[in-house]
Design a protein. Structure first.
Length: 355
């Protein structure tokens, strides 16, 4: 590299090698230091951003260069009260790094931040006048009369609130516990006690405290309840259960009527027994007890039923089985009972099928 330098004899600015070779300043920050250091005295009252705009440093480039100058002590800023109560930002620029203590000494020497004495300032509008507050009386108030009227029932109501029966105290706890179900059902002590009379009536009508709490806290609207005391009063009135029916008055004791004379015991009625009737069926003569006007004994009725079935079966097959059916009926009457007769009738039916 060839080096050729001519020292200027006029219109130049001396810049320290510490600034030009500073490792933590970029080229824009170094250009600002050189430019502001060479400004004439009539132009130093302008903001640093305006000087940077004149040399083409704008936007993010200016913000980055200014941040480096502030961090390394070349620029200091301070907000102080200005004219008419407004706050102004003052900038201190130096071509050498200054600490905060050095910058504060420069601020104090220049008198920056020390506003004028408030008593020495001219009022914004008009001149001071005599005090005019307190001379106008209310329309309905006369001089020498105190219009304040304290409530006359405050002490009585507080005493009444402190005296609660066991039922009323129980109901009050139920009403105050509704805040646990939803926050918009929160009641104050005075609000809860204004509903105690209605809630106690529920207990007198057979509703327990748990049931009362469930009725008041179930089926709540989806939106927010605006007035908890009004909402609960409406529910206590509208959902009031029916009053229990009054118990009948006790009747006066009456003299019992004399008991009727005892009658002699009647003889017991003998059980009804069906009469013995001679069976009209075939075979040996025999009798049975007939119920409902029957003329055949049960065995003969069964044998007749089998005979009718055999006749219908033979008619279906086109075979004359009158003799076989009679034999089957006659064979069914043996001492073994209905089982043997049923087997005999089955054997006759099987013979018919084989033929």
């Amino acid at each position: 590299m060839l080096w050729h330098a001519i020292a200027p004899v006029r219109r130049y600015t001396k810049v320290s090698h510490d600034v030009m070779r500073h490792p933590r300043l970029n080229s824009d920050a170094k250009v600002l230091i050189s430019y502001v250091q060479g400004l004439p005295e009539g132009q130093v009252d302008r903001a640093l951003s305006e000087h940077a705009r004149e040399v083409g440093i704008k936007g993010r480039r200016y913000q980055a260069a200014k941040e480096q100058l502030v961090v390394n002590g070349f620029v200091h800023e301070r907000k102080a009260p200005g004219a008419r109560g407004l706050r102004a930002t003052h900038q201190l620029f130096s071509n050498v790094p200054l600490s905060d203590a050095d910058a504060l000494a420069v601020w104090r020497e220049a008198g920056v931040g020390g506003g004028a004495d408030p008593s020495a300032q001219v009022p914004t509008v008009g001149q001071p006048r005599a005090r005019s507050v307190g001379h106008q009386l209310p329309v309905d108030e006369e001089p020498g009369e105190n219009s304040f009227r304290p409530p006359t029932q405050a002490a009585d109501s507080e005493a009444a609130l402190d005296e609660l029966s066991p039922e009323e105290a129980r109901v009050e706890r139920v009403l105050l516990s509704l805040r646990e179900c939803r926050r918009d059902l929160r009641l104050g002590v005075a609000e809860a006690r204004s509903l105690v009379a209605l809630a106690v009536e529920w207990l007198r009508r057979g509703v327990s405290g748990v049931e009362l709490r469930e009725v008041l806290s179930s089926g709540l609207p989806t939106g927010r309840v605006r007035s908890a005391v009004g909402f609960l009063r409406h529910r206590l009135v509208q959902k009031m259960p029916e009053a229990p029916a009054p118990e009948p008055a006790p009747q006066p004791a009456s003299v019992p009527d004399p008991a009727p004379p005892a009658l002699p015991d009647a003889p017991p009625t003998p059980p009804r027994v069906a009469p013995l009737v001679t069976c009209e069926g075939p075979g040996n003569e025999h009798v049975f007890r007939a119920y409902g006007g029957a003329t055949l004994c049960p065995d003969c009725q069964q044998a007749a039923a089998w005979a009718r079935w055999a006749e219908r079966r033979a008619a279906d097959l086109g075979v004359d089985l009158a003799e076989d059916a009679a034999k089957a009926v006659e064979a069914g009457r043996d001492p073994d009972g209905w089982r043997s007769r049923l087997a005999a009738a089955g054997a006759v039916a099987e013979g018919v099928d084989e033929q």
